[in-house]
Design a protein around this ligand. Structure first.
Ligand code: NAD
Length: 380
């Protein structure tokens, strides 16, 4: 592979993480050979595999590598083997530490419907065909982190749980700036969402988004929508949206809702970005939205497309290699159009025999990876 000044840390993790990452390695190797897009690749453990080897879900050394790398490509963590681990050692703590110390405040979740899978959506094909929206969720503040929070005993014998929803203007502005920048590379439209009708953080969010837009992004169309209305509009007519930006809590819910417009967990990538440094480089972590899928781990059944699309997002957002990202996405689209399907995207619980009768090609993890590389070879 061509030597490079692009550094990448690969953290395959647990369960199906290493299996799908193996398929991405084939695409990485292809990019190095055919498009001279090489990386200096470091690799380390995270989650349960790190716990087994080092008694911690992420070592300081792995954390240091992540802070140094231009980008981190992450698999998935967790599994029943570690369910009883001490809270501070749970596999997920490894991912949370990465997000926190890299200050990854903007979580990008595309919801894109591939034509070949339009029937996998629970919505009617005419509602979701051609859909391509991006949800940006604020990831490091809001009600999941605000203090005070807790559960206390009340004098009347009841208990009370409470959390604090809080946002500073700086936190709102930096995530809205990511949304505006991204919209400029897409359809130039941002929908900012909160509950300004009933929440002070919502009022501030709307004011700051409006102010930032007027200061620096007048060329982008900005609209505001209450989060409950947005939840409804997402299933009524999702095509009206391009980039959606919202807070941590609403983003958690709305991005899951949007992902279901597209069908399968095995198809969905994500990116988490930090603030740009003096050279304009943002810390960044790319990962599929699915977990470690213990029910199918080790069986060669996992769909490697979400991880491969996460790699494509990395090319686009960390390395400005939009053409190469387009090539990978197009190869995946073609492979799906040619009928290749892992079990999760066969559709409606049909078995392999019925799938073949429908002209589909049921495949496992490796065959799907190979089909993508073969298609890349054919295309380029
Ligand atoms: P999951 O995403 O692992 O699996 C949910 C269902 O989707 C399963 O039936 C699984 O087989 C299927 N699935 C997921 N990815 C797939 C793929 N690529 N190809 C084919 N099928 C796929 O969620 P879960 O079952 O709730 O969690 C399992 C473990 O993963 C838990 O330990 C959980 O804590 C962890 N988890 C980790 C992450 C992460 O690493 N970011 C995210 C979610 C869950």
């Amino acid at each position: 592979m061509a030597s490079s000044n692009r550094s990448l840390l690969v953290l395959p993790g647990d369960g199906i993480g290493p299996e799908v990452m193996n398929e991405v390695r084939k695409v990485i190797a292809w990019m190095g050979k055919k498009r001279a897009v090489g990386f200096d690749i470091a690799e380390d453990l995270v989650g349960g595999s790190s716990l087994d080897a080092h008694d911690t879900p992420l070592t300081d050394a792995a954390m240091a590598k992540a802070l140094q790398a231009d980008a981190v490509l992450f698999g998935s963590v967790g599994g029943p083997k570690w369910d009883t681990a001490d809270f501070t050692k749970k596999p997920e703590r490894g991912l949370l530490r990465l997000r926190k110390e890299m200050d990854l405040f903007a979580n990008l979740r595309p919801a894109k419907v591939f034509d070949a899978l339009v029937d996998a959506s629970s919505l009617k094909p005419e509602i979701v065909r051609g859909l391509d929206i991006m949800i940006i969720r604020e990831l490091t503040s809001g009600v999941y982190f605000g203090e005070p929070r807790g559960i206390v005993d009340l004098p009347d014998g009841q208990r009370m749980g409470f959390d604090t929803q809080r946002y500073t203007s700086g936190e709102i502005r930096r995530v809205c700036a990511v949304a505006f920048e991204l919209a400029r590379k897409r359809k130039n439209k941002v929908c900012s969402s909160e509950k300004a009708n009933v929440m002070h953080t919502g009022v501030l969010w709307r004011q700051e988004a409006t102010k930032l837009h007027a200061e620096s992004y007048k060329d982008v169309t900005l609209e505001h929508m209450y989060a409950d209305a947005l939840a409804m509009q997402l299933v009524r007519w999702p095509h009206q949206f391009d980039v959606i930006v919202t807070d941590n809590l609403f983003g958690d819910i709305l991005s899951d809702e949007a992902s279901m417009l597209t069908g399968s967990l095995g198809m969905l990538p994500s990116a988490s970005l930090g603030a740009p440094d003096a050279t304009g480089r943002r810390k960044a972590l790319y990962e599929p939205i699915h977990g470690s899928a213990p029910d199918i781990a080790g069986k060669g059944l996992a769909n490697p497309i979400a991880e491969t699309l996460s790699y494509a997002m990395m090319l686009r957002y960390s390395f400005d290699l939009g053409t190469e990202a387009d090539i990978v996405e197009k190869a995946i689209e073609n492979v799906l159009a040619a009928g290749y399907r892992t079990g999760d995207i066969l559709g409606g619980g049909i078995d392999a025999k019925a799938a073949i009768a429908k002209g589909l090609k049921p495949v496992g993890t490796q065959e799907m990876g190979d089909a993508i590389v073969k298609e890349l070879d054919r295309m380029v």
